[in-house]
Design a protein around this ligand. Structure first.
Ligand code: ADP
Ligand code: MG
Length: 259
């Protein structure tokens, strides 16, 4: 179970989460994607009409807070998207979850409890984080085994990173001892940009072997696909962007099998 986390917006979290989840599913891994961002971009990006969702992550949180012994809403909130690919959607309602979590006992662990009933049904769970280090993201860090950090190759890429790493460290210390940075993935890579090489080097110096050897190029197919309600790996599987995500998926599967 990986959280796709970076408190910066627009760095490719959602694009990575949906293409990773769909790619894993296409490789035969039973996969659940959980949209943890009130903006619901992963939800629309997978083509789920928000009006159609019977329940969303917001109701799942409320249920888990109210019925800690037997949360049930999760079962009707999960939506089948494609073979091996399920989605737990989010809408703007989710913005109202933070105050509810805030007042709950064990506020960092509500997501963990909420998804416990379905966890064993999946080989992979991918969590798409919102662009903040608030309580939703802490709930992700408290349940995930690994953190996948997408980074856009731009001048300010490393800015704010120490705050993210500090947060991961505190969560590991107090809540989730197994938590680790699993991968750093360079996104929107443009080799023609002079800054790209420099930033890439800085990120590699900082994170070493955690940085994936695969880089995701800037590719218009990746940004177009969500408007058709499909991730690029499904809509444009032979595009450069999708190919890079397939390579990344294969790297992830291989490394996790080797462990
Ligand atoms: P985040 O979830 O971190 O806010 P997104 O995945 O939504 O970031 O990406 C921000 C914007 O950049 C979106 O419009 C998305 O379609 C676009 N985008 C993401 N990755 C790429 C890429 N590799 N090439 C081109 N556009 C991209
Ligand atoms: Mg996003």
């Amino acid at each position: 179970m990986w959280g796709v986390v970076n408190q910066k917006g627009g760095v490719g979290k959602t694009t990575t989460a949906v293409n990773l989840a769909a790619g894993l599913a296409m490789r035969g891994q039973r996969t659940l994607l959980i949209d943890c961002d009130p903006q619901g971009n992963a939800t629309t990006g997978l083509g789920l009409d928000k009006g159609k969702a019977e329940a969303t992550l917001y109701e799942v949180f409320v249920d888990a807070v109210d019925n800690p012994d037997d949360p049930k809403v999760i079962h009707k909130a999960i939506f089948p998207i494609a073979e091996n690919l399920h989605l737990l959607p989010a809408t703007l309602d989710l913005a109202g979850a933070e105050p509810i979590l805030m007042n709950a006992v064990g506020k960092e662990l509500i997501l963990r409890d909420a998804i416990a009933p379905v966890r064993a049904n999946y080989d992979w769970i991918v969590l798409d984080a919102p662009p903040s280090l608030g309580l939703l993201t802490i709930n992700i860090l408290a349940v995930a085994e690994g953190v996948l950090v997408p980074m856009q190759c731009e001048f300010y890429a490393l800015e704010g990173l120490s705050q993210l790493l500090k947060t991961i460290d505190v969560v590991r210390r107090r809540i989730n001892p197994g938590l680790k940075v699993a991968k750093v993935l360079l996104t929107m890579f443009d080799p023609r940009n002079r800054l790209t090489q420099q930033v890439t080097q800085e990120v590699r110096d900082y994170f070493g072997e955690k940085v994936s050897g695969i880089v995701i190029p800037r590719n218009v197919r990746l940004s177009e696909a969500p408007s058709f309600g499909e991730p690029a790996v499904l809509r444009y599987p032979s595009s450069k962007g999708a190919s890079a995500y397939f390579e990344f998926v294969d790297e992830v599967i291989k490394e996790c099998a080797a462990r």
